[in-house]
Design a protein around this ligand. Structure first.
Ligand code: CP3
Length: 344
């Protein structure tokens, strides 16, 4: 049998001499070949639901850079759409959705078990990738964590402070809790189906976890993640889970233990040496170079990438950015990051 893939070794707790590397949003607008395929698809959602073209854009950064992992091309907001919400993207602005504000809105949503019809093309993309990817590359599936997806469903768009989600959570907790419960169940369904279609690892994006404090963090970031991971581990005990409670700060400490995650992804607001002492002691970590270095490049990129590798060299580590790469990034800086991590 071929040697186990590097990402899977790190996720199993192995300390590797060179950390495996991939990048959030590695298939994206900073790549000319992505922009060309997206133009062919027409728009972003058509690209997500077209298995042939979604497979193509997932492969593009693997061909160009030889990353150790490929992440499924899709979006966290496909789950609300599969539950019956309207979803569209306004060019240059971002997503728009129909909103959930009360029990009547909740009653319009489909059951969690009914998401698969809408999401079937996503599973087909994963099946395509299981044969299209080079054998050493790990295939990562993903979903949004319930809190983060709920912030978009309550506001109908992205918000700087997640105000509408906090308002519903505090003003009509029974409605908000029902929404979180529905999303938790739907996410279990969705990720199980992704694993059955070929995802070897799954990642939960909780991009707005940082706006939850104290007991709210426990209730809406830790608990849904714990439930999702527990259910996935029952059905698919060998599939590792990466959790990304972005900007959790001090709440990164103990997050893996409390949720059962095999790896915690770190944003770039936490210092690597601090995270090595307080988070990596509990298992694999992923991260955490500021994505701005993909725009600015140069000596600062090299210095910072080396410092991250060095800080995490005593334990299991997957190199990544602290957040998704931005459209204004230069692909040459991505290559410089990879060369620095792999070449010292
Ligand atoms: C909050 C969130 C979303 N989507 C996602 C998150 C969580 C991670 C994060 O915080 O970035 C996650 C996501 N979105 C996308 C992926 C694909 C896999 C990857 O390459 O990482 C993943 C994992 C593709 C995408 N999702 C989106 C794009 C850009 C769409 C385009 O081509 O125009 C891509 C490649 C669009 C998107 N999708 C979303 C927003 C707010 C936007 C608009 C912002 C923007 O335009 O960059 C919702």
């Amino acid at each position: 049998m071929a040697e186990k893939k590097t990402i899977l070794r790190a996720l199993a707790g192995e300390t590797l001499p060179v950390p495996p590397i991939w990048m959030m949003r590695q298939a994206g607008r900073y790549l000319p070949e992505y922009r060309a395929t997206r133009a062919k698809a027409g728009d972003f959602l058509s690209l997500c639901y077209n298995p042939e073209l979604a497979t193509e854009v997932t492969l593009q950064p693997i061909r160009r850079f030889g990353f150790d992992a490929a992440i499924l091309f899709a979006d966290i907001l496909l789950v609300p759409q599969a539950l019956g919400a309207d979803l569209w993207f306004v060019t240059g602005e971002g997503p728009r959705l129909s909103t959930i504000r009360n029990a009547q809105d909740m009653a319009q949503l489909r059951d969690a078990g009914d998401v698969h019809d809408t999401l079937a093309p996503i599973y087909q993309t994963l099946r395509n990738l299981t044969t299209a990817l080079p054998p050493e590359v790990t295939l990562i599936g993903f979903a949004g964590a319930p809190w983060t997806v709920a912030t978009y469903m309550t506001a109908g768009r992205g918000t700087p402070d997640q105000g509408p989600a906090h308002a519903l959570k505090d003003g009509a907790p029974e409605v908000f809790d029902a929404l979180i419960a529905r999303l938790t169940e739907a996410t279990i369904e969705y990720l199980s189906a992704q694993i059955e279609a070929g995802a070897e690892v799954v990642k939960l994006f909780d991009s707005w976890a940082g706006s939850l404090k104290g007991a709210d963090f426990e209730r809406y970031a830790v608990e849904p993640t714990r439930q999702i991971i527990a259910a996935l581990k029952t059905r698919h005990p060998d599939t590792p889970v990466i959790a990304f409670p972005r900007e959790a700060g001090e709440n990164y400490v103990g997050f893996a233990k409390r949720t059962g995650a095999d790896c915690v992804a770190l944003d770039n607001s936490v210092a690597p040496d601090w995270a090595a002492r307080h988070v990596q002691v509990e298992g694999c970590v992923q991260g955490n170079l500021a994505s701005s270095h993909m725009v600015t490049g140069g000596k600062a990129l090299v210095r910072e990438a080396r410092a991250i590798v060095e800080s995490f060299s005593g334990g299991p580590h997957i190199f990544n950015l602290g957040h998704g790469i931005t459209p204004d990034a230069d692909p040459a800086n991505v290559q410089l990051m990879i060369d620095t991590v792999r070449g010292g």
